[in-house]
Ligand binder design. Structure first.
Ligand code: DX5
Ligand code: ZN
Length: 217
């Protein structure tokens, strides 16, 4: 089984962002995951357009942008212009989700929908034909370095069945508390993309950690 790895920049050294992005460029990472937090939907604020644009200019990897913001419709085009290849919105923030994901695709990006740990995967049943990826949160969003919620494994299997039985072309991405121990278990459960922040950036050899996270299982 082959899968992708998307390091999350949230855990990087922001005083040395250019060298952190260069490290990702030199690694086998597939995407670079960027976490946008508004201090309203989640209890933390991360970074906004100027940082995304600066990273776009340095990164050779596609930008996988995860919006943890209320009313994301206001900013879809600006994130496209800032360099997003994939744009993922939270199910919990969208009142007209079909409209939102249709607009993301119209703007030329891959459309993703994220579920918080408390949201059942069945909520996605009718949106799966219209999206490119589902991002399952395996921690409560807002911070890096949290502990993986074990019950998430069941959700992966359930979602994999929904996608396969429907014949949809939708990737499953997981985000939060991913490390070298749980990564193979997650891939076996049906995950296509692993997001990892602190596991990568707190290592003394992040390029090697990315390589190991990406090893076929
Ligand atoms: C959490 C973010 C994650 C975070 C993951 O709200 O969505 O992308 O950076 O960090 P780790 O891998 O440290 O749990
Ligand atoms: Zn994220």
């Amino acid at each position: 089984m082959s899968h992708l790895v998307a390091p999350s920049l949230l855990a990087a050294d922001f005083a040395n962002l250019a060298s952190e992005v260069e490290m990702i460029n030199d690694s086998v990472a597939d995407w670079l995951h960027l976490d946008i937090m508004d201090g309203v939907f989640v209890p933390n604020i991360s970074f906004g357009f100027p940082v995304v644009e600066a990273v776009r200019d340095l990164s050779v990897k596609p930008l996988d942008v995860h919006l943890m913001i209320v009313d994301p419709d206001r900013y879809l085009e600006r994130f496209r212009d800032a360099g997003a290849t994939n744009l993922t919105v939270h199910y919990e923030t969208c009142h007209n989700l079909h409209r939102t994901v249709t607009e993301i695709r119209r703007l030329g990006m891959k459309a993703g929908v994220t579920l918080n740990p408390h949201s059942p995967v069945m909520l996605l049943k009718d949106i799966l034909p219209y999206i490119d990826m589902v991002l399952l949160m395996t921690v409560n969003p807002g911070y890096g370095g949290q502990t993986f919620i074990p019950g998430s494994i069941n959700k992966i299997g359930e979602l994999r069945s929904m996608i396969d039985e429907g014949g949809y072309d939708v990737m499953i991405e997981v985000d939060g508390g991913i490390d070298l121990q749980n990564a193979p278990v997650l891939v076996h459960a049906g995950v296509d993309v692993l997001v990892a922040g602190s596991t990568v950036f707190s290592s003394s050899d992040p390029v090697e950690v990315i390589r190991r996270l990406r090893e076929p299982v």
